[in-house]
Design a protein around this ligand. Structure first.
Ligand code: TYM
Length: 332
């Protein structure tokens, strides 16, 4: 059976981008067709300036939202990264296989470190090695497929390179994973700045639809989305990014095609209104289930406990094999 692994980082409130680019597919497709693991990657949240209490709160919230979005612990494994030691153990071995040049070439490192320096802050070493920990997440489970949005493709490519290099040097240990992306909505853009990704760690609230926004807040944000001064509705991501983004969101919600949908609209107002309603309706059951789950924290704890146990059982033999293969003396 295909092994699927993916993760989500508790650095902010989860967004429509997270949902359409990743979570929805995990729930609708991956957990039914594959042996799938979904991880709240809290260690990754420590790579930038963080508040300990906030990371803890967001980790629990992310777990609750993953279940609210339809992940079923009977079908897949949901767990928190720091509950399974194998991730950190394997990450160190992979640091001994990766090069610093490879790390410095990563787009997200370049962007995030530049932003941090602009603010006058310092860059944590863990931000540089972030992709190695991500490779460890993936490789520890013998993962075949990694369902992600566009922005994670380069990191998954690196995981492939590290798997191949490790296997060549030390003997066949890891499966070589590949990224899978949704056909549409692989990169939902910020509603106020359609040149940038809708990212949960950004500060620009009005351009980001959060999964837990009230319906009226969602509507307002979408109705105020930046479009352009042309009046016709055309799907062109390069030249008309604001309109294209709305068409993609609508198509993703309704299961249509953004290009075809563009022909059905004569004004921005109508497009925005339908998009807003489609988003509100799509997320309504997620918000409702989230509320129910918040009233039952014991259930979420139980899912995470069982998930960590199952994940440890899956990862440990492979990570132990990697320790032996790379030349470490087994403990007696
Ligand atoms: P993260 O937490 O930023 O995002 C989680 C998932 O949501 C997707 N996504 C988007 N998709 C479409 N449009 C957007 N605007 C948008 N924003 C986010 C992301 O592509 C991702 O699939 N490094 C990862 C977490 C991670 C991971 C892993 C993922 C750690 N280890 C191992 C897969 C496998 C991250 O920061 O995702």
């Amino acid at each position: 059976m295909t092994r699927v692994f993916s993760g989500i980082k508790p650095t902010g409130n989860l967004t429509l981008g997270n949902y359409l680019g990743a979570m929805r597919r995990w729930a609708d497709v991956d957990q039914h067709q594959a042996d799938a693991l979904f991880c709240i990657v809290d260690l990754h949240a420590l790579t930038v300036d963080h508040d300990p209490a906030r990371v803890r709160r967001l980790s629990r919230q992310a777990a609750t939202l993953l279940l609210a979005a339809g992940l079923d612990p009977e079908l897949c494994t949901v767990f928190v990264q720091s509950h399974v030691d194998e991730h950190a153990r394997l990450s160190y071995l992979l640091e001994c296989v990766a090069t610093d040049g490879e790390m410095r070439r990563m787009i997200q490192y370049k962007e995030k470190s530049a932003r941090e320096r602009e603010r006058g802050g310092s860059v944590r070493l863990s931000l540089l090695t972030y992709p190695v920990l991500m490779a460890a997440d993936i490789l520890a489970y013998g993962t075949d497929e990694v369902p992600v949005g566009d922005d994670q493709t380069q990191h998954v490519e690196l995981s492939r390179d590290l798997a191949v290099r490790f296997n060549q040097r030390y003997g066949l240990t890891f499966a070589v994973p590949r990224a899978t992306r949704p056909k549409i909505a692989a990169r939902i853009m910020n509603l106020q700045d359609p040149a940038s990704k809708m990212g949960k760690s950004d500060d620009s609230g009005p351009g980001i639809v959060y999964l837990l926004d009230e319906p009226d807040v969602m509507r307002k944000k979408i109705m105020r989305a930046v479009t352009d001064s042309a009046s016709d509705i055309v799907y062109d991501r390069e030249k008309r990014p604001g309109v294209a983004n709305l068409l993609e969101i609508l198509a993703a919600c309704e299961g249509g095609d953004p290009e075809e949908l563009s022909g059905a609209y004569g004004s921005y107002g109508a497009l925005k209104k339908d998009t807003a309603e489609a988003v509100v309706e799509l997320l309504r059951p997620v918000r409702e289930r989230h509320k129910e789950l918040c009233a039952d924290p014991g259930y979420v704890d139980g899912v995470l406990r069982a998930g960590a146990e199952r994940a440890t059982g899956m990862a440990r033999p492979r990570v132990d094999a990697a320790y032996r293969a790379i030349g470490l003396l087994p403990a007696v």
